[in-house]
Design a protein around this ligand. Structure first.
Ligand code: NAP
Length: 388
């Protein structure tokens, strides 16, 4: 019970790094002695101190000696040095400051750690307990875990839909299907991921900005990504006119030299990729290029045809559909090209979550492959937290 209480606190601290630590994980840490929190910290920015060190530093600044304390940490402490790593091993800091017990949520799936942090601590005579609030810790670090495991960005498909599954009317109107608070939540989703993507149809019909616009925004702007064979973007669109200040990228297959120089001059990075079997830009190649360029996570915001391609190719980890009790009838659906013969054969999301935003219900779930990879990190008998 006590372990869960302090781990929940460490998880809350970890979430403050959202949007700032990629490609590192979100990590929070709390130092406790005699039932008192004597230090706390989190990984606040990429290259900055790790959560464990931040908690130790915080304790020392308060005049608290960490010797003999228990450290609650949402992820296994790192155990290695490398030329590309900014911080010394946290296992060394834990040992040298005389911490007696370490309680962890999950093992770090990074192959350079994966259990070696725990082994080093045990070798030093430190008691280690694992698996506390593991499910919640895994949920918090889905992007970190799944992008590493699959060597591509963590892909979230997000759309707003009517009760009959439409993303827009037949005449392409979609403003607005969901409630204002659902749309505010969508901006938080953008802020927590590295990139946001749309197809050229959405760029043309909606002229989106694809920026994070939350109250007191604390997130950096994600990379804006558009896919279009010939780079069909209007020169007065937000994507083009804001490209000199907000990183914007186009993936295309056959752009004319004129259009390419016009978009490049506006500040858009134009990247040619191979066509797929339908002569559209290969989304596998797009995702690979993004991953190789350091993009760990991407939110795909439509429209219907782009979502349909990704659904058909199974190229997603999580789908979040904001569902509103309105009927659009003969509208655009992302699922029109799916034809399962039976309910049993239909694609089904796992580990579903439901949240309410005013009149909108968001339904979110995992691709079965993603769920399996995440479940591997959750011990059978989890000392669980409150539901996420
Ligand atoms: N409710 C919501 O959450 C939501 C969100 C976004 C959009 N919408 C609505 O959705 C509608 C737009 O959807 P849409 O289906 O017409 O367009 P879309 O999915 O945004 O864009 C499709 C276009 O993207 C390009 N594309 C490039 N590579 C692709 C690939 N591999 N797979 C699929 N498309 C690729 C193609 O055009 P090129 O010829 O340029 O290559 C394709 O025609 C609008 O009405 C908008 O309001 C709704």
């Amino acid at each position: 019970m006590e372990d869960r209480y302090y781990m929940e606190h460490a998880l809350r601290l970890a979430s403050a790094g959202a949007g700032h630590v990629t490609p590192n994980p979100l990590v929070g840490a709390v130092l406790v002695r005699n039932g008192q929190v004597i230090g706390e910290g989190w990984h606040a920015r990429y290259g900055g101190p790790h959560a464990e060190q931040a908690a130790i530093d915080h304790a020392l600044q308060q005049g608290n000696d960490p010797r003999g304390a228990t450290l609650y940490c949402t992820l296994e402490p790192c155990s290695f040095t490398a030329p590309d790593k900014h911080n010394p091993p946290c296992t060394t800091a834990i040992r040298t400051h005389g911490i007696r017990t370490v309680v962890l949520a999950i093992v770090d799936p990074n192959p350079r750690v994966r259990g070696s942090g725990i082994a080093q601590l045990k070798q030093a005579g430190i008691e280690v307990r694992t698996g506390v609030c593991a499910r919640k810790a895994v949920r918090q670090n889905e992007a970190y875990i799944l992008s590493r495991e699959q060597r591509r960005p963590y892909i979230v498909l997000k759309w707003a839909q009517s009760l009959d599954g439409c993303m827009a009317t037949g005449s392409h109107d979609s403003k607005w299907i969901s409630s204002p608070s659902a749309r505010e939540e969508a901006h938080h989703l953008r802020g927590r991921l590295d990139a946001v993507m749309v197809g050229s149809g959405t760029a043309a019909h909606d002229d989106p900005q694809l920026t994070v616009r939350t109250a007191n925004n604390r997130y950096p702007q994600p990379l804006r990504v558009v896919v279009s064979r010939h780079g069909n973007l209007r020169k007065d669109s937000h994507l083009v006119t804001q490209a000199d200040t907000i990183p914007t990228r186009l993936y295309c297959t056959g752009i004319s030299p004129d259009q390419q120089s016009r978009l490049t001059a506006a500040g858009i990075q134009v990247i040619p990729v191979e066509p797929d079997s339908e002569s559209l830009p290969s989304l596998h190649q797009v995702m690979q290029h993004l991953y190789d360029d350091g993009i760990q996570s991407i939110l795909v915001e439509g429209g219907a045809r782009l979502h349909a391609s990704l659904l058909r190719q199974g190229l997603y980890d999580r789908i979040t559909a904001f569902t509103e009790p309105v009927f659009l009838g003969d509208g655009l659906r992302p699922t029109d090209n799916l034809h399962p013969a039976t309910v049993a054969a239909a694609p089904r999301l796992l580990d579903s979550e439901f949240h309410r935003f005013g009149s909108t219900i968001s339904i979110s779930g995992l691709h079965p492959d993603a769920a399996r990879l995440l479940h591997d990190l959750i011990p059978d008998k989890e000392a669980s937290c409150s539901p996420v």
